[in-house]
Design a protein around this ligand. Sequence first.
Ligand SMILES: [Zn+2]
Length: 308
Amino acid sequence: MAFSLSPSNSFNASAASVDKFGKQRQLGSLKIGSSQLILATRLEPHFIKFGLRKKETSTVSASSKESYGLIRKLEDNEKHRLHENECGQDPFEELKCRFLNFKKKNFVENRVHYENLAEAQAPKFMVISCADSRVCPSRVLGFQPGEAFTVRNIANLVPKFQHGASETSAALEFAVNSLEVANVLVVGHSRCGGIRALMSMEDEGDSRSFIRDWVSIAKSARLSTQAAAGNMSFEKQCTHCEKESINGSLLNLLTYPWIEKRVTEGTLSLHGGYYDFVNCTFEKWTLVYKEGLEGGSKYAIKNRSFWS
Ligand SMILES: [Zn+2]
Protein backbone atom coordinates (compact mmCIF):
# COMPACT_ATOMS: atom_id res chain seq x y z
CA MET A 1 0.00 0.00 0.00
CA ALA A 2 1.43 3.34 -0.97
CA PHE A 3 1.73 5.81 1.87
CA SER A 4 2.86 9.38 1.79
CA LEU A 5 3.14 12.18 4.29
CA SER A 6 0.49 14.76 3.56
CA PRO A 7 -1.78 17.04 5.60
CA SER A 8 -4.08 14.06 6.17
CA ASN A 9 -1.24 11.53 6.58
CA SER A 10 1.40 13.08 8.79
CA PHE A 11 4.06 12.22 11.31
CA ASN A 12 4.25 14.53 14.28
CA ALA A 13 7.43 14.05 16.30
CA SER A 14 7.06 17.25 18.30
CA ALA A 15 3.72 16.47 19.92
CA ALA A 16 5.44 15.65 23.19
CA SER A 17 3.64 16.55 26.38
CA VAL A 18 6.17 16.68 29.19
CA ASP A 19 4.95 15.91 32.66
CA LYS A 20 7.20 17.32 35.38
CA PHE A 21 6.13 14.55 37.73
CA GLY A 22 7.74 11.95 35.53
CA LYS A 23 4.68 10.31 34.09
CA GLN A 24 4.55 8.99 30.57
CA ARG A 25 4.66 11.40 27.73
CA GLN A 26 3.76 10.88 24.13
CA LEU A 27 6.69 11.42 21.81
CA GLY A 28 5.34 10.89 18.37
CA SER A 29 2.21 10.04 16.50
CA LEU A 30 1.31 9.03 13.02
CA LYS A 31 -1.90 10.30 11.48
CA ILE A 32 -3.35 8.15 8.73
CA GLY A 33 -6.54 9.72 7.44
CA SER A 34 -8.67 10.32 10.53
CA SER A 35 -6.87 7.74 12.68
CA GLN A 36 -4.19 8.75 15.16
CA LEU A 37 -1.59 6.09 15.91
CA ILE A 38 0.62 6.76 18.92
CA LEU A 39 4.11 5.54 18.13
CA ALA A 40 5.76 5.79 21.49
CA THR A 41 5.59 6.98 25.01
CA ARG A 42 8.52 7.54 27.25
CA LEU A 43 9.23 7.51 30.96
CA GLU A 44 11.53 9.93 32.66
CA PRO A 45 15.01 8.32 32.69
CA HIS A 46 15.35 8.85 36.45
CA PHE A 47 12.53 6.45 37.14
CA ILE A 48 13.64 3.98 34.49
CA LYS A 49 17.07 3.88 36.12
CA PHE A 50 15.74 2.81 39.45
CA GLY A 51 13.12 0.54 37.96
CA LEU A 52 10.22 2.38 39.58
CA ARG A 53 7.80 5.08 38.66
CA LYS A 54 6.75 7.58 41.29
CA LYS A 55 3.23 6.24 41.25
CA GLU A 56 4.48 2.72 41.87
CA THR A 57 6.57 3.80 44.83
CA SER A 58 3.50 4.86 46.75
CA THR A 59 1.59 1.78 45.63
CA VAL A 60 4.27 -0.52 46.94
CA SER A 61 4.53 1.29 50.26
CA ALA A 62 0.79 0.86 50.74
CA SER A 63 0.84 -2.86 50.03
CA SER A 64 0.31 -5.30 52.85
CA LYS A 65 2.66 -8.09 53.84
CA GLU A 66 -0.05 -10.48 52.72
CA SER A 67 0.17 -9.12 49.14
CA TYR A 68 3.93 -9.58 49.14
CA GLY A 69 3.47 -13.17 50.29
CA LEU A 70 1.04 -13.88 47.47
CA ILE A 71 3.32 -12.34 44.84
CA ARG A 72 6.28 -14.32 46.19
CA LYS A 73 4.24 -17.55 46.05
CA LEU A 74 3.18 -16.88 42.44
CA GLU A 75 6.79 -16.15 41.43
CA ASP A 76 8.00 -19.33 43.13
CA ASN A 77 5.36 -21.34 41.29
CA GLU A 78 6.38 -19.76 37.99
CA LYS A 79 10.07 -20.51 38.61
CA HIS A 80 9.20 -24.11 39.49
CA ARG A 81 7.17 -24.48 36.28
CA LEU A 82 9.96 -22.99 34.18
CA HIS A 83 12.51 -25.25 35.83
CA GLU A 84 10.62 -28.29 34.54
CA ASN A 85 11.38 -27.41 30.89
CA GLU A 86 14.22 -29.38 29.40
CA CYS A 87 16.22 -28.59 26.29
CA GLY A 88 15.68 -30.83 23.28
CA GLN A 89 17.65 -31.59 20.14
CA ASP A 90 15.37 -29.67 17.79
CA PRO A 91 16.74 -26.15 17.05
CA PHE A 92 13.49 -24.57 18.14
CA GLU A 93 13.41 -26.68 21.29
CA GLU A 94 16.83 -25.20 22.01
CA LEU A 95 15.44 -21.68 21.44
CA LYS A 96 12.46 -22.49 23.66
CA CYS A 97 14.82 -23.64 26.37
CA ARG A 98 16.90 -20.45 26.10
CA PHE A 99 13.78 -18.29 26.15
CA LEU A 100 12.41 -19.97 29.25
CA ASN A 101 15.79 -19.65 30.93
CA PHE A 102 15.75 -15.93 30.11
CA LYS A 103 12.27 -15.69 31.56
CA LYS A 104 13.26 -17.51 34.73
CA LYS A 105 16.62 -15.85 35.36
CA ASN A 106 15.99 -12.38 33.97
CA PHE A 107 12.33 -11.50 33.45
CA VAL A 108 10.87 -12.95 36.63
CA GLU A 109 13.74 -11.61 38.76
CA ASN A 110 13.28 -8.09 37.33
CA ARG A 111 9.55 -7.98 36.89
CA VAL A 112 9.08 -4.30 37.82
CA HIS A 113 11.75 -3.26 35.34
CA TYR A 114 10.06 -5.23 32.55
CA GLU A 115 6.65 -3.84 33.49
CA ASN A 116 8.09 -0.35 33.00
CA LEU A 117 9.64 -1.39 29.69
CA ALA A 118 6.26 -2.71 28.56
CA GLU A 119 4.93 0.83 28.92
CA ALA A 120 7.74 2.73 27.22
CA GLN A 121 11.36 2.70 26.12
CA ALA A 122 14.01 5.36 26.77
CA PRO A 123 17.29 4.03 25.35
CA LYS A 124 20.37 6.25 25.52
CA PHE A 125 21.92 4.56 22.48
CA MET A 126 21.05 3.93 18.91
CA VAL A 127 23.37 1.26 17.51
CA ILE A 128 24.00 0.56 13.82
CA SER A 129 25.90 -2.67 13.35
CA CYS A 130 26.45 -5.35 10.73
CA ALA A 131 23.98 -8.17 10.19
CA ASP A 132 26.90 -10.63 10.48
CA SER A 133 25.91 -13.38 12.95
CA ARG A 134 29.26 -13.05 14.73
CA VAL A 135 28.63 -9.41 15.58
CA CYS A 136 25.95 -9.21 18.23
CA PRO A 137 26.16 -5.77 19.90
CA SER A 138 23.87 -6.75 22.76
CA ARG A 139 26.08 -9.72 23.55
CA VAL A 140 29.43 -8.02 22.98
CA LEU A 141 28.62 -4.69 24.67
CA GLY A 142 26.15 -6.05 27.21
CA PHE A 143 23.14 -3.98 26.22
CA GLN A 144 20.09 -5.07 28.20
CA PRO A 145 16.51 -4.83 26.87
CA GLY A 146 15.57 -1.14 26.69
CA GLU A 147 19.14 0.18 26.50
CA ALA A 148 19.88 0.28 22.77
CA PHE A 149 17.63 0.93 19.79
CA THR A 150 19.37 -1.18 17.16
CA VAL A 151 19.37 -1.57 13.40
CA ARG A 152 21.60 -4.09 11.65
CA ASN A 153 22.41 -4.10 7.97
CA ILE A 154 25.08 -5.35 5.57
CA ALA A 155 28.40 -3.70 6.56
CA ASN A 156 26.80 -1.35 9.13
CA LEU A 157 26.36 1.42 6.57
CA VAL A 158 24.46 4.69 6.87
CA PRO A 159 23.22 6.03 3.52
CA LYS A 160 23.18 9.77 2.94
CA PHE A 161 19.95 11.63 3.66
CA GLN A 162 19.51 12.13 -0.09
CA HIS A 163 19.45 8.33 -0.60
CA GLY A 164 15.84 8.36 0.57
CA ALA A 165 13.96 5.80 2.60
CA SER A 166 15.68 2.71 3.92
CA GLU A 167 15.25 0.67 7.07
CA THR A 168 18.28 2.45 8.49
CA SER A 169 17.04 5.98 7.79
CA ALA A 170 13.60 5.08 9.20
CA ALA A 171 15.21 3.69 12.37
CA LEU A 172 17.34 6.83 12.67
CA GLU A 173 14.32 9.10 12.32
CA PHE A 174 12.48 7.30 15.09
CA ALA A 175 15.46 6.95 17.43
CA VAL A 176 16.62 10.56 17.07
CA ASN A 177 13.35 12.47 16.72
CA SER A 178 11.00 10.41 18.88
CA LEU A 179 13.14 8.53 21.38
CA GLU A 180 15.68 11.36 21.56
CA VAL A 181 18.67 9.07 22.03
CA ALA A 182 21.82 10.84 23.22
CA ASN A 183 24.28 8.69 21.26
CA VAL A 184 24.46 7.05 17.86
CA LEU A 185 27.12 4.34 17.71
CA VAL A 186 28.16 2.81 14.38
CA VAL A 187 29.89 -0.53 14.99
CA GLY A 188 32.10 -2.06 12.32
CA HIS A 189 33.98 -5.32 12.60
CA SER A 190 36.83 -7.53 11.39
CA ARG A 191 36.45 -9.83 8.36
CA CYS A 192 33.28 -8.07 7.18
CA GLY A 193 31.81 -9.83 4.15
CA GLY A 194 30.00 -6.68 3.06
CA ILE A 195 33.22 -4.66 2.98
CA ARG A 196 34.96 -7.52 1.19
CA ALA A 197 32.19 -7.40 -1.43
CA LEU A 198 32.67 -3.63 -1.76
CA MET A 199 36.45 -3.96 -2.15
CA SER A 200 36.26 -6.79 -4.68
CA MET A 201 33.34 -5.72 -6.87
CA GLU A 202 33.94 -4.94 -10.51
CA ASP A 203 33.17 -1.43 -11.69
CA GLU A 204 30.76 -2.88 -14.25
CA GLY A 205 29.13 -5.62 -12.20
CA ASP A 206 25.68 -7.13 -11.92
CA SER A 207 23.44 -4.12 -11.36
CA ARG A 208 20.62 -6.44 -10.24
CA SER A 209 22.47 -7.37 -7.07
CA PHE A 210 20.92 -5.89 -3.95
CA ILE A 211 24.21 -6.37 -2.10
CA ARG A 212 26.16 -4.51 -4.76
CA ASP A 213 23.73 -1.60 -4.74
CA TRP A 214 23.76 -1.43 -0.96
CA VAL A 215 27.52 -1.59 -0.35
CA SER A 216 28.04 1.01 -3.10
CA ILE A 217 26.91 3.49 -0.44
CA ALA A 218 30.50 3.22 0.86
CA LYS A 219 32.21 3.74 -2.49
CA SER A 220 34.10 6.77 -1.18
CA ALA A 221 35.60 4.58 1.59
CA ARG A 222 36.79 2.16 -1.09
CA LEU A 223 38.38 5.00 -3.06
CA SER A 224 40.16 6.46 -0.03
CA THR A 225 41.34 2.98 0.99
CA GLN A 226 42.79 2.37 -2.46
CA ALA A 227 44.55 5.73 -2.26
CA ALA A 228 45.94 5.20 1.24
CA ALA A 229 46.54 1.43 1.31
CA GLY A 230 46.53 0.35 -2.34
CA ASN A 231 49.99 -1.17 -2.02
CA MET A 232 48.97 -3.45 0.85
CA SER A 233 47.55 -6.97 0.68
CA PHE A 234 43.86 -7.34 -0.12
CA GLU A 235 43.19 -8.47 3.48
CA LYS A 236 44.81 -5.34 4.90
CA GLN A 237 42.94 -3.14 2.45
CA CYS A 238 39.69 -4.69 3.65
CA THR A 239 40.64 -4.02 7.28
CA HIS A 240 41.47 -0.43 6.37
CA CYS A 241 38.16 -0.03 4.54
CA GLU A 242 36.19 -1.54 7.44
CA LYS A 243 37.32 1.41 9.58
CA GLU A 244 37.20 3.98 6.79
CA SER A 245 33.58 3.12 6.05
CA ILE A 246 32.62 3.68 9.70
CA ASN A 247 33.89 7.26 9.44
CA GLY A 248 32.03 7.58 6.14
CA SER A 249 28.84 6.52 7.90
CA LEU A 250 29.48 9.05 10.69
CA LEU A 251 29.81 11.83 8.10
CA ASN A 252 26.70 10.57 6.31
CA LEU A 253 24.78 10.86 9.60
CA LEU A 254 25.44 14.61 9.48
CA THR A 255 23.61 14.87 6.13
CA TYR A 256 20.33 14.30 8.05
CA PRO A 257 19.20 17.83 9.01
CA TRP A 258 17.66 16.76 12.33
CA ILE A 259 20.85 14.90 13.28
CA GLU A 260 23.12 17.79 12.28
CA LYS A 261 20.94 20.15 14.32
CA ARG A 262 21.13 18.04 17.48
CA VAL A 263 24.87 17.45 17.14
CA THR A 264 25.39 21.21 16.77
CA GLU A 265 23.20 21.85 19.82
CA GLY A 266 25.15 19.28 21.82
CA THR A 267 22.20 16.97 22.55
CA LEU A 268 23.43 14.14 20.32
CA SER A 269 26.89 12.56 19.98
CA LEU A 270 28.15 10.40 17.12
CA HIS A 271 30.55 7.54 17.83
CA GLY A 272 32.43 4.93 15.86
CA GLY A 273 33.29 1.47 17.15
CA TYR A 274 35.32 -1.40 15.69
CA TYR A 275 34.95 -4.92 17.01
CA ASP A 276 37.81 -7.27 16.13
CA PHE A 277 36.44 -10.75 16.79
CA VAL A 278 39.73 -12.43 15.86
CA ASN A 279 41.61 -10.87 18.79
CA CYS A 280 38.52 -9.84 20.76
CA THR A 281 39.32 -6.14 21.01
CA PHE A 282 37.11 -3.08 20.66
CA GLU A 283 38.12 0.36 19.48
CA LYS A 284 35.89 3.35 20.15
CA TRP A 285 36.04 6.99 19.09
CA THR A 286 33.82 10.08 18.91
CA LEU A 287 33.30 12.44 15.99
CA VAL A 288 33.66 16.16 16.75
CA TYR A 289 31.69 18.44 14.45
CA LYS A 290 32.03 22.19 14.83
CA GLU A 291 33.45 25.26 13.16
CA GLY A 292 36.98 26.50 13.75
CA LEU A 293 38.79 23.23 14.37
CA GLU A 294 42.51 22.92 13.75
CA GLY A 295 43.39 23.22 10.06
CA GLY A 296 40.06 24.84 9.25
CA SER A 297 38.22 21.50 9.28
CA LYS A 298 34.76 21.02 10.77
CA TYR A 299 35.46 17.39 11.68
CA ALA A 300 37.81 15.74 14.14
CA ILE A 301 38.13 12.52 16.14
CA LYS A 302 38.37 12.61 19.92
CA ASN A 303 38.27 10.19 22.85
CA ARG A 304 39.77 7.32 20.92
CA SER A 305 40.13 4.34 23.22
CA PHE A 306 41.14 0.72 22.74
CA TRP A 307 39.61 -2.02 24.87
CA SER A 308 41.60 -5.23 25.09
ZN1 LIG B 1 29.95 -7.19 8.34
